[in-house]
Design a binder for this molecule. Sequence first.
Ligand SMILES: NC(=O)c1ccc[n+]([C@@H]2O[C@H](COP(=O)([O-])OP(=O)(O)OC[C@H]3O[C@@H](n4cnc5c(N)ncnc54)[C@H](OP(=O)(O)O)[C@@H]3O)[C@@H](O)[C@H]2O)c1
Length: 254
Amino acid sequence: MERWTGRVAVVTGASSGIGAATARALAENGLRVVGVARRVEIVQNLSEQLKRENCKGELFAIQGDVKEEEEVKKVIAWTREKLGGVDILINNAGLAPMVSLLEFDLVAAKKIFDTNVHGLCLFTREAVKDMRSRGVDDGHIVHISSIAGHYLAEFKGTGPYSGSKHSVRVLTEALRRELRDAKTKIRVSSISPGLVDTEIFKASGFPEDMVESIHQNPITLKSKDIADAVIYVVSAPAHVQIHDIIIRPTGEAF
Ligand SMILES: NC(=O)c1ccc[n+]([C@@H]2O[C@H](COP(=O)([O-])OP(=O)(O)OC[C@H]3O[C@@H](n4cnc5c(N)ncnc54)[C@H](OP(=O)(O)O)[C@@H]3O)[C@@H](O)[C@H]2O)c1
């Protein structure tokens, strides 16, 4: 990770779960991290906590909604102006409301795709544009996808979420090809976790008993497990592009 010391990472969805753990891990490895979320005060609290711990790097909290194109542009412009520009982008922000296809809720489905897919594409476009304009050729884009991007689980209402993560899987390869054709060495990687014990289920409106049973389930990953994988992916040597990693808790039932 030495080559990343002092360089700049943007992490979307840094107020909770995998994004917060990843922002922490990158800062602990000496990066200057821009943590984006709507609940910016939680990212600010983490930033202050890291300072108290004498963290090697630094976390900057910035408010932003990945669904809003102008807000995405502002985050990357702020990063350029204040910190010199983005070198690593972690596209992590996401949500997973249950949406039945027979009682299709267009508003909820649009929210899934606007957040998990279009937000990821907007941040990617702005970050790669910024990297290339500064001649950065070793940048890295990491998508936090899901095991749900590789198959359809037997859970009612997860079709649209799974569809969004299948999109992320395809978009990872599409981006790899575009970067290759543009003759840049900027890399793209995807990480596909199984069940991780985070706030996503509550935030996505799952019934309370289901949220509780997920928190009680001993067969889950912790956010740090995924943050560790992010560190592994971005620390690979320049000639190695880790394309997609599936990480499951040992003994996962589905
Ligand atoms: N937990 C799992 O089992 C699991 C499994 C596979 C993949 N994943 C993926 O991992 C990623 C992170 O999820 P998590 O489990 O860590 O969930 P989480 O604890 O609920 O965190 C989600 C983060 O995304 C942010 N976010 C949501 N919508 C946003 C928006 N419109 N603009 C900006 N930020 C937004 C939230 O921040 P604010 O609400 O403050 O904006 C929060 O920081 C997601 O892409 C998810 O699909 C999770």
